[in-house]
Design a protein around this ligand. Structure first.
Ligand SMILES: NC(=O)c1ccc[n+]([C@@H]2O[C@H](COP(=O)([O-])OP(=O)(O)OC[C@H]3O[C@@H](n4cnc5c(N)ncnc54)[C@H](O)[C@@H]3O)[C@@H](O)[C@H]2O)c1
Length: 282
């Protein structure tokens, strides 16, 4: 069976870890050539070597870029087009949650600005240069390659729910990602460019586990999770694949929740979780 992203080119930011890493491997498994973008070049290179070993027919290259810098993102998109001839899928996924992020009284302006610079402006730059590249995508119907493309922006469940464990800048930044995604989706809907946000619930990735560094802090969250467990990065990768591929051809401007039911929950169930989470691709 042909892969769902066969002949396509994808750019993934934050490709060296967590959601970005799992998604890069899944996109490669589904046939896409992938530019693996991360500020941590060594991590992106490791991802590239895993893909080279497992999927020999796939082209994957590591690229160092800070998504907060417009010229870095432009260079990454240019590199994708230079290497693969096109850009079909842009996954604006890199983001930070700063350990000093706090409530309205204690969050320092520099933490607010840094968070906005990466989490919001980074997504804006990614969308801007992806749209420009997608407008030039060569059409090849025989290979299933059409005009436009798919942009997926990583937001978070905190964009739609309040938490009494505050991280004000992060939460505000993710709300901005949802609003920006909806508007861009409308502006570009008739160009064949679909733009969606994916909202992961709390996941077992370094980003959150470094923040929740005691069992007490983890338990404070676990009690609110309907399935009784944190999510896995690979479960978000599978959502990103759906949004990236033509399987979601009539989906644009959506807030796609991959949160184990958290945003629909009033009272959590009792009892044990019966299903094990899927295995990581890493
Ligand atoms: N982990 C969670 O529970 C969770 C929940 C909701 C949303 N998210 C969001 O998912 C996305 C990915 O998170 P993750 O959990 O996989 O994180 P992670 O920390 O495991 O990986 C993030 C990657 O992004 C890279 N990165 C950070 N800043 C960058 C920058 N300025 N430019 C380029 N690369 C940069 C890091 O080097 C790292 O490789 C983030 O946007 C995060 O806010 C995560």
């Amino acid at each position: 069976m042909p892969g769902r992203l066969q002949h396509r080119a994808a750019l993934v930011t934050g490709a060296g870890s967590g959601i970005g890493l799992e998604t890069s491997l899944l996109f490669a498994q589904e046939g896409a050539n992938v530019l693996l973008v991360d500020v941590n070049l060594a991590a992106a290179e490791k991802a590239a070597s895993i893909i080279a070993e497992r999927f020999p027919g796939i082209k994957a290259a590591a690229f160092k870029a800070d998504v907060a810098k417009e010229q870095d993102i432009k260079a990454a998109v240019d590199k994708t087009v230079e290497l693969f001839g096109r850009l079909d899928v842009m996954f604006n996924n890199a983001g930070i949650m700063h350990p000093e992020d706090d409530n309205a009284l204690n969050t320092e302006e520099r933490i607010w600005d840094l968070t906005m610079q990466i989490n919001v402006k980074g997504v804006w730059w990614g969308c801007k240069y992806a749209i420009l590249a997608m407008r030039n995508n060569p059409i090849d119907e025989a290979k299933g390659l059409h005009a436009g493309g798919s942009i997926v922006n990583t937001a978070s469940f905190v964009a739609v729910m309040g938490a009494a464990t505050p991280q004000l800048a992060y939460t505000a930044s993710k709300g901005a990602v949802l609003a920006m995604t909806r508007e861009l989706a409308m502006v570009h809907a008739r160009e064949g460019i679909r733009i969606n946000a994916i909202c992961p619930g709390p996941l077992k990735t370094p980003l959150l586990m470094d923040f929740l560094n005691t069992q007490e802090k983890r338990d404070r969250r676990l009690v609110h999770l309907p399935m009784g467990r944190f999510g896995e990065a690979v479960e978000v990768a599978k959502g990103a694949l759906f949004l990236a591929s033509d399987d979601s051809s009539y989906v644009t401007g959506t807030d796609f929740m991959v949160d184990g039911g958290l945003s629909s929950c009033y009272v959590t169930p009792l009892g044990e979780q019966v299903l094990a989470p899927p295995s990581s691709l890493v």
